[in-house]
Every structure is written in structure tokens, then in C-alpha cells.
Design a protein around this ligand. Sequence first.
Ligand SMILES: [Fe+2]
Length: 300
Amino acid sequence: MITRRGLLKFLGGGIASMAALGSYAFAIEPLARLSVTRYALTPPGWSPGLKLRVVALADIHACEPWMSASRIASICRQANALGGDITVLLGDYAAGMNLVTRYVHSSEWSKALATLEAPLGVHAIMGNHDWWEDRTAQKNSGGLTFGHKALADVGINVYSNRAIRLEKDGLGFWLAGLEDQLALVPGKKWMRKHMQGLDDLDGTLAQVEDDAPVILLAHEPDIFPKVPSRVALTLSGHTHGGQVRFLGHAPVVPSRFGDRYAYGHMVEDDRSLIVSGGLGCSIAPVRFGVPPEIVVIDLG
Ligand SMILES: [Fe+2]
């Protein structure tokens, strides 16, 4: 027999736990938590003796109150303490959301990111939101977004279908950065019927001139089935691990492959992909089961 008191207690408890869960997903997980997720691997074809620690930051989505310039600077301080040889930024610096109290200008978030330090430098690619929030770039169907310019202005290397050769302890490797696969939105005013990518995987990899291993930076993991085994490791963000994950499964993932590349280390035909769950939020300020993370990858 359900009494009125029992029912009210039950409902009250339900509301309280829903409220607790809500405040956790809206305030605590997106704002207060920061994880360091570590991977260690020796990809096939990796140079013997080349020990490389990569620190990766993805999907910052600068906006207040969720991701202020001071929070970005604090994340950078923690990233700097992780002993990386090289730091990579995997795109989506722009807000990507309307639920903000203030937009953080590209000159502010780039200044915060300029505090990143690594012996082999800081290297960045752009994400879809960096393109989507730049009307001039949409109108021009390409060129440089305000994100490209802001990062270059603070001395961060920005890659748009470009590969460069770096060395550690006299051993070489290539860093290749792909331009965004969802850069140009469809719309009458842009005279585009479909979403259009500006990625050029073949053109990027054609710049690789020797047998040294290749690390590919690609904001969206959807390129992965096309990445040849010549690439030792592909690093992506974009999915936020689905942003909401229950028991290791994300119900909604912005990928045409669904959950397949949502989060973590995937190996297909000896090719490796690591997808970061990222740091910020897009669309809505919610994260659950996938706390903001800095990724550390030990190669070698
Ligand atoms: Fe993205």
C-alpha cells in the first residue's frame, strides 16, 4: 500500500537525487574536474629508441562561465607539468554554444594557450566550431579563420594540411595536421548545399619525405578508415566522448560511425587512433561520465 507520505518521500528523494545528478552534470563534472588520461604504445613501424611523450588538449570551447581564459591558463599549467616532449592542440577553441554569460575572444584564449611550453613546441589544428563561428571564413569558403590567426599571433604552429619533420635525440618523426573535415556549413547565403570539408589527407601525407614515423592530427576521428598504415598514430578530439556516457557507452556521438570512434584508443588493422574526450562542452554545458581530460601518450 503506497501512503501519501511514502509517495511524497519517494518523489522528494527522486527530485533531490535528480537535482544532485543535474548539478553534477551541469556544474561539477564540466567545471571542477580535470583528469589526466595516459596511454602507452609502440605503434608498428615506430623508430626503435625514439621515446616521445605527447601531451594533447582538445575541444577547449572557450566561453564564460564554463571555460574562462583563467581556467584555460590553469589547464595549461597542469599540462606543462606533465613532462611532455611536444604539446598538440586538437581544435575547437571557439565556444560552440549559446548558453554563455560572455564569449571569450580569440585574443584571450590564444594568450592563455601561449603559456603552454614543450621542448619540441606547441602545434595546433582547427576544429569545426572554429570554422562555423567565423562568417568571413564561411563566406570565403576557406582561408584562415580567426582561430588560425590568433594562434599564429602568439607563436603557436598551426597546421592546415601540412606536415613537418621534427627530431628528438637525433631521431626524426613527422607531425601532420589536417584541416577540418566539417569546415564549411551548408546554406543559401554561402551558396553551398552540403557540408564541405577542407581536409586533404593525400596532399598532407605527400609532404612526408622519409621513412620516419608519422603522427597525424585530425580534429574529427571520422577520417580514420582512410588513414593509411604509414601513419603510426592518429590523434583526434571532437566527440567529447559523446559528452554524456553511461557505463562506457555514449548514446549520442557526432560521428557518422556512431560510438565506434567516440573515445579512447582504437586499433584497426594495426593502425592506432586515440580520441580525447576533450576539455569543454559544445551545444549544452553538460558532461557526464567523461570528465574534462588532458591526454598523455608515451610512444616508444
Ligand atoms: Fe568539434
